[in-house]
Design a protein around this ligand. Sequence first.
Ligand SMILES: C[S@@+](CC[C@H](N)C(=O)[O-])C[C@H]1O[C@@H](n2cnc3c(N)ncnc32)[C@H](O)[C@@H]1O
Length: 202
Amino acid sequence: MIDLLSFSVISALTILVIMFTMPKTPDLFMIIIFSLILIPTLIALIQGAPFVPTPMKAAKKMINVAGIKKDDKVVDIGCGDGRLVYLAAKEQGAKAVGFELSPLVYLFAKIRQLLWRSKAKIRFGDFRMFDLSKTDYIVCYMLPESLKKFIPKFEKELKKGAKIVSYAFSIADWEPVFIEPSNPIDNVAKIWVYEIGKQYKK
Ligand SMILES: C[S@@+](CC[C@H](N)C(=O)[O-])C[C@H]1O[C@@H](n2cnc3c(N)ncnc32)[C@H](O)[C@@H]1O
């Protein structure tokens, strides 16, 4: 479920965009602006996963279970409001980068960055356009079909020993090195940890 703060800010931003941009008779400029906002939002919904933030307790768990240390390079491949990268930077001193495909959600992450005063970086765009070879940890909350599609990129670019920490969904037929059980009382789903080089049984 989207938390109340996320829901309110996204609703407010959507209303503001509509109020300030919708003319009485839409012209080409407005159609382009709306397409630029709506098309990537729909792509994110269909492609990777819609914007549903990891519950805060689960986010903290993800950052802790994987053994992230100071200066490790942590990447969230669809960062939403940025909570995972802000936590990784704040609590572990990681060099964290989040990619976000959806313009409104990206804007929301940038606003939250001011509140967190975070040094983590938020990049706008599809993470598949970026090189992952220096990454130590991927953190993600993506649908299983999307995770399956990302396997070739993970295997091509991630170095041996890099870890993928996946919330709520496992990666196809990969073998995890660790599973954090779910905790329904805290609304925390399972967390899977994978390590490149150990993802297939010998
Ligand atoms: C389920 S949300 C998770 C947000 C955040 N990682 C968290 O755990 O709170 C998935 C986010 O990934 C974004 N997304 C989906 N596919 C993407 C892609 N290929 N590149 C970058 N962002 C993507 C969506 O717009 C959405 O905001």
